[in-house]
Design a protein around this ligand. Structure first.
Ligand code: AVJ
Length: 323
């Protein structure tokens, strides 16, 4: 099917190039091997993530949604009308749809690493909100993002919901927030940030959310290996790895790992490594920030004022921050 003219204009950045392969192999070759959580999101992984957001145990999406519903007027009043919404990691654009509708936004720029997924979503978005100018950009938020040249400078709103910021170490989070701050131009341009953060909560709730009974999160975690196989030509057998998730209280983060079920060798063109039984690959951190701690990161990144909204149980916060 043909995308709308706007969605068609998307720039597709190459994936699986030399630099990316080197970075993945570098992570795998460490004493404590890692795979970046961005490799969860190929086509299958993006679909699995959508399934996760509907799981009974995965409170994140539902609770954030309830905050937007319950405090929608107050949030809209804080943000103001006619904003140009920029969403890194836009995914299925469903949150953007509700937001742009409610705020009467004029333009939307969705950015995502899973491009096909994003382009279809952008097309659907411009179908349901015909007054909205929609653009889809392929991009990785951890790399500098070039916004369209003709994007208006006034009233930009960077929208980063879902606690995606929780995937980054605090120092890297400050760096990303600074980049978002830079996208907003001068303070006098009226730009702002609307961000969702997952708050600390009882460990059994976190445990269930990241290790659901139906095994969708386990499949999502293992899928990173299948994705990596395609990107670097490795021969991981994802069925030989066990999903593990736990709360690391010292760092206030949920960690996800893949645990080798037996000794094995994994090869890729030009190299490979041995894994012994029980050895793990660290695939994700999901930080749970208290409002105070996160406010300090915002300040460091150049956001001087903010307003926040939470749910009844204080499980999640939506923050609107201005330079
Ligand atoms: C998309 C990063 C917000 O950390 O909760 C869901 C990803 N990982 N289940 C999260 C995820 C396992 C999710 N974020």
């Amino acid at each position: 099917s043909l995308a709308s003219p706007q969605a068609q204009a998307a720039t597709v950045w190459p994936s699986g190039d030399v630099t990316e392969r080197q970075a993945i192999i570098h992570g795998l070759s460490q004493v404590k091997p890692t795979i970046s959580p961005k490799y969860f999101y190929d086509e299958r992984g993006s679909a699995l993530f959508e399934t996760i957001t509907r799981l009974p145990e995965y409170y994140v999406t539902r609770v954030e949604q309830s905050i937007f519903e319950r405090h929608g007027n107050s949030i809209a009043a804080s943000v103001g009308a006619d904003s140009v919404v920029i969403e890194p990691g836009a995914g299925n654009c469903e949150k953007a749809r509700a937001l742009c509708d409610r705020l009467h936004s004029t333009e939307f720029v969705g950015i995502d690493i899973s491009t096909e997924h994003l382009q279809e979503a952008a097309k659907r978005l411009s179908d349901v909100l015909p007054w909205l100018r929609v653009r889809a950009i392929a991009g990785d938020i951890t790399e500098p993002i070039r916004l369209p040249e003709d994007l208006p400078r006034r009233n930009r709103l960077v929208f980063y919901p879902g606690s995606s910021i929780g995937n980054f170490e605090p120092a890297q989070a400050v760096h990303l927030l600074s980049q978002m701050r830079a996208m907003l131009g001068e303070a006098s341009d009226g730009g702002s940030l609307l961000i969702g953060i997952d708050l600390p909560k009882p460990v059994h709730i976190l445990q269930a959310a990241y290790d659901d009974a139906s095994g969708v999160t386990a499949a999502f975690n293992r899928n990173a290996l299948d994705h990596v196989n395609r990107l670097i030509g490795s021969d991981f057998d994802s069925q030989h790895w066990k999903h593990r998730a736990f709360f690391n209280a010292e760092c206030s983060r949920v960690e996800m790992h893949l645990v080798a079920l037996h000794d094995m060798r994994v090869s890729w063109p030009g190299g490979g490594r041995e894994f012994s039984m029980g050895e793990r690959i660290h695939t994700e951190n999901s930080y749970k920030y208290s409002l105070d701690v996160f406010a300090a990161l915002l300040r460091e990144a150049g956001f001087g004022q903010y307003q926040s909204w939470t749910d009844d149980q204080d499980w999640f916060a939506v923050i609107h921050a201005r330079p």
